[in-house]
Design a protein around this ligand. Structure first.
Ligand code: URA
Length: 212
């Protein structure tokens, strides 16, 4: 794992192998979705390292013990629509009791600024670890806007999970939300003139849902 305070790149061989399969343009929609689900669980493992723990008294078949267990409020997973849902599925398999929220944003074609069209999040965000998920951290505009909204709704302990990041998006997030750590599977080279990550994997939503 390569780590800086703000960005963690999970360079585990299985993650990198699966990511290469995802990048290949011949990979089918079904396989792409399955790989995303699998990688999301490795990323979740890293991003939840700091979850608070407590012990509880249990009985094993051998003897009683004080065993570690998660403490505090259930964490909140927040999908940034629509591509975030591809990561959400895998995370929910790993953390089935997590609460779930959704943020919908579209880009105004005149101002090029993200505009909110949907926002529904669990109660008591201020007491939960909140993991915002979006596979592609490209310009960072929608991620920054989504995190603005989550902070407005009370969230204080936010992390951002993505599959691929561009240096431009990481810099934008660091400037706007230096308190939000990012976990990703790869930091790619740059954005092209259309805001796509290069070498990237194309449009993540289209590839996972089979749209074009
Ligand atoms: N969104 C995508 O789906 N792909 C990119 O490369 C950038 C943003």
């Amino acid at each position: 794992m390569t780590e800086t305070p703000h960005l963690t790149v999970v360079d585990h061989p299985l993650v990198q192998h699966k990511l290469t399969l995802m990048r290949e343009s011949g990979t089918s929609t079904a396989v792409f979705r399955q790989l995303l689900r699998e990688i999301s669980q490795f990323l979740a493992y890293e991003i939840t390292r700091g979850l608070p723990m407590e012990t509880k008294r249990i009985e094993t078949p051998m003897e009683p013990m004080d065993a570690p267990t998660l403490a505090g409020r259930k964490l909140a997973l927040v999908s940034i629509l629509r591509a975030g849902n591809g990561l959400l599925d895998g995370l929910l398999e790993l953390i089935p009791s997590a609460r779930v929220g959704f943020v919908g944003l579209y880009r105004d074609e005149e101002t090029l600024k993200p505009v909110q069209y949907y926002f529904k999040v669990p109660e008591a965000l201020e007491d939960r670890m909140v993991i915002a998920v979006d596979p592609m951290l490209a310009t960072g505009n929608s991620s920054v806007a989504a995190i603005d909204l989550l902070k407005k709704a009370g969230a204080k302990n936010i992390r951002f999970l993505c599959l691929l990041a561009a240096p431009e998006g990481v810099a934008r997030m660091k400037e706007a939300h230096p308190d939000v750590p990012i976990v990703t599977a790869a930091l790619d080279s740059h954005l092209n003139e259309n805001g796509y990550i290069v070498p990237g994997l194309g449009d993540a939503g289209d590839r996972m849902f089979g749209t074009k």
